[in-house]
Write a protein that binds this ligand. Sequence first.
Ligand code: GTP
Ligand code: MG
Length: 188
Amino acid sequence: MNNSQKIRTLSKVIVLGDSGVGKTSLMNHINFQFRYAYRKFSQQYKATIGADFVTKELQIADKLITLQIWDTAGQERFRSLGPAFYRGADCCVLVYDVNIHKTFDKLNNWHDEFLHQADLDGAETFPFVLIGNKVDLDGGNSRRVTENKAREWCASRGNIPYFETSAKEGYNVDEAFLCVAKISLDNE
Ligand code: GTP
Ligand code: MG
C-alpha cells in the first residue's frame, strides 16, 4: 500500500500551561524543520505572543495521522487570543514544570478553562494528556512535584495519560505525542 492509499486523519491539538513551563521548547523539539535549521535547544526564553502551530505526521499501523499542534501563550497579558484557537480541538496537552509547584497547582485552571471555552460536544470524555517537563533540571534535585502526586491528579481527572519529559534533552517528548496521536485515532 503506498502513502496515498493510506487512511489519513488530521487531529487538532492544543498545548496549554503556565508561562515558562516549556511549551514552545517541546514544540520545537517535535518540529523537525526547526531542529534541522537551528540544531539545538535554546536556553533563552522568548515568550509566545498569541499562538502558532506546527504539524507532525505520524504513521500508526496502516494509518497516517497529521497532528496540528497549537502552541499558545502562557503569560496572562498575551492570553486573550488563546481561546479563539480551541474550537475544533481533538486533544488538549497540559504542561507543567516539575520544579515549580505553582505550575502544577494551576493545572485545574487550565483544564477547566479549556473545557469551558472550547465549546465541546462531549466535555466529560474529552481527551487530555499531561506533561511534567524539565525533569533534567539540576539532575532532578530541584524537583518539587513527585510523579505520584502528578499521577494522582491524572486519576482524579478521569485517568489522563501522564508523561515526564525534558524538552532540553529530547527525553520522552516523541512518546508523549505518539500517545496524543493514538488517542486521536481511537476517537475517530
Ligand atoms: P510562554 O510562551 O510564555 O507560555 O512559555 P513556554 O511555556 O512556551 O516556555 P518556553 O518553551 O519558552 O521555555 C521557557 C524557558 O524554559 C526557556 O528558557 C527554555 O530554554 C527553558 N526550558 C524549556 N524546556 C526545558 C527543559 O526541558 N529543561 C530545561 N532545563 N529548561 C527548559
Ligand atoms: Mg511559548
